[in-house]
Design a protein around this ligand. Structure first.
Ligand code: NDP
Ligand code: 2IT
Length: 450
């Protein structure tokens, strides 16, 4: 028996039976169901209305063939996905991931977590996610464009500004969103806010590019202040990844007085004891899609180590995993704890394994789970949707201030829920429960057609 509560055990047994061979999805569901144990004691009607049985089953799951022609004239085939997980509180909302590791399990775990994350933002967005096993690495702009056009040629019939609003994730940034938007507009003859993360000249929001990384630091700042009476000033920080989330986490950490000493990509990590020169990283990653080891060409005093896992052996006060799922395991957690880490906040989705989370919590390390800590990206996507609906745009400062307030609100919402349900400071439980209760209420009032 994995659960104390037999009803939750039954729900999980069904999820396991229906989703065999999908370890990431089962991992995400198990963590959330564990958080519901204290809630069910106080709210037995959740069992009677079948809310939990329903919330673990996606409303719709779409897979499709994506054929495109490469630069050599060869036909290539990938698989496209969109999971429309839950629409109780708003249109489905969530990113698209392009990475060779994408499969049904990865898309479903991301879509499931998005339901709770989007609820935590306080904005009216349901949960969804999509993507493909297409690998943008090493592809020309023309190949990426043809892939995106083919992908949208199927996806467009399933989405819309009031139905489902995709955005970026791993491998999907401004370039891909532009190609996807152009094709949607052509197919439907309509210019609408059907995607977020758009370019600033065609409906994008200021500060969306920065939002996930900035939001992660606003969350971390509030967590340190409220739970430890501490701040980011003078802290040493390690950030995994060097993509969209990692870069703007690094920028905001430095602005708030911390020193980031290590970053990585899937090849390895750099260590710069003077503090990472972010202009160099931006030029490599945003300027020419290069590799992190090229940092040494500009900063020869830094070091590069092959293999991305070693980054967790670098001594730091704060660790911010911002690359991908399960990148920080029990062994990595042991090293961070031995080196005196005081806080971990997840910029990536589910980057810490369950074993790592348990170790942090047991050691008294502050732990900000992804659903809360990285919600700044989708929150600002929600603000982009608002601006598109108004046909108006706010200044960078206006969006950034709203983002800051949303992240502070998310922290307190999760922290208060952890206290209310008997495990003060357990933000994993607090975030899951706070996100869930709003969705559950909306589902209850809308009846049982879904
Ligand atoms: P990017 O594609 O911009 O960057 C991804 C980074 O992670 C790269 O440095 C990449 O290295 C590394 N990475 C990806 N896959 C792996 C892997 N299997 N092993 C090791 N390193 C890997 O993506 P984002 O920065 O947008 O996303 C990073 C994480 O943040 C993801 O978990 C995403 O779901 C999450 N997230 C993103 C949001 C957003 O707004 N973009 C919002 C909330 C969460 P390499 O280049 O070598 O592949
Ligand atoms: O995981 C995430 O929250 C994202 N990739 C952002 C989704 C969005 O719709 O902006």
């Amino acid at each position: 028996m994995e659960f104390k509560n037999s009803y939750l055990q039954g729900v999980y047994d069904t999820v396991q039976r229906r989703n065999q061979g999908e370890p990431e999805f089962l991992q995400a569901v198990k963590e959330v169901l564990e958080s519901f144990e204290p809630v069910l004691e106080k709210r037995p009607e959740l069992e009677e209305t079948g809310i939990i049985d329903r919330i673990v089953e996606p409303e719709r799951f779409i897979t499709f063939r994506v054929s495109w022609v490469d630069d050599a004239g060869k036909v290539r085939v990938n698989r496209g996905y969109r999971v429309q997980f839950n629409s109780a509180i708003g249109p489905y909302k969530g990113g698209l991931r392009l990475h060779p590791s994408v499969n049904a399990s990865v898309i479903k775990f991301l879509g499931f977590e998005q339901v709770f994350k989007n609820s935590l933002t306080g904005l009216p967005m349901g949960g969804g996610k999509g993507g493909s096993d297409f690998d943008p690495k090493g592809k020309s702009d023309g190949e990426v464009m043809r892939f995106c056009q083919s992908f949208m040629t199927e996806l467009y019939r399933h989405i819309g500004p009031d139905t489902d609003v995709p955005a970026g994730d791993i491998g999907v940034g401004a370039r891909e969103i532009g190609y996807l938007f152009g094709q949607y507009k052509r197919l439907t003859n309509s210019f609408t806010g059907v995607l977020t993360g758009k370019g600033l000249t065609y409906g994008g929001s200021l500060a969306r590019t920065e939002a996930t990384g900035f939001g992660l630091l606003y969350f971390t700042q509030e967590m340190l202040k409220e739970m430890k009476g501490d701040s980011l000033t003078g802290k040493t920080v390690v950030i995994s990844g060097s993509g969209n989330v990692a870069i703007y986490a690094c920028q905001k950490a430095a602005e708030l007085g911390a020193k980031v000493v290590a970053m990585s990509d899937s090849g390895g990590y750099i260590y710069d004891e003077k503090g990472i020169d972010l202009a160099v990283v931006k030029e490599i990653k945003e300027g020419r899609r290069g590799r992190i080891k090229e940092y040494l060409e500009k900063v020869p005093t830094a070091s590069y180590t092959e293999g991305c896992k070693g980054i967790w052996g670098v001594k730091c006060d704060i660790a911010l995993p911002c690359a991908t799922q399960n990148e920080l395991d029990g062994e990595a957690a042991d090293k961070l704890i031995a080196n005196g880490v005081i806080a971990v906040a997840e910029g990536a989705n589910m980057p810490s394994t369950p074993e790592a989370v348990q170790k942090f919590q047991k050691a008294g390390v502050l732990f900000g789970p992804a659903k809360a800590a990285n919600a700044g990206g989708v929150a600002t996507s929600g603000l982009e949707m608002s601006q598109n609906s108004m046909r108006y745009s706010w200044t960078f400062q206006e969006v950034d201030r709203k983002l800051h307030d949303i992240m502070v609100g998310i922290f307190h919402n999760a922290y208060n829920a952890s206290k209310k349900f008997g495990d003060a400071g357990n933000l994993v439980m607090g975030a899951n429960v706070a996100g869930f209760l709003k969705v559950a209420d909306a589902m209850k009032w809308q009846g049982i057609a879904y």
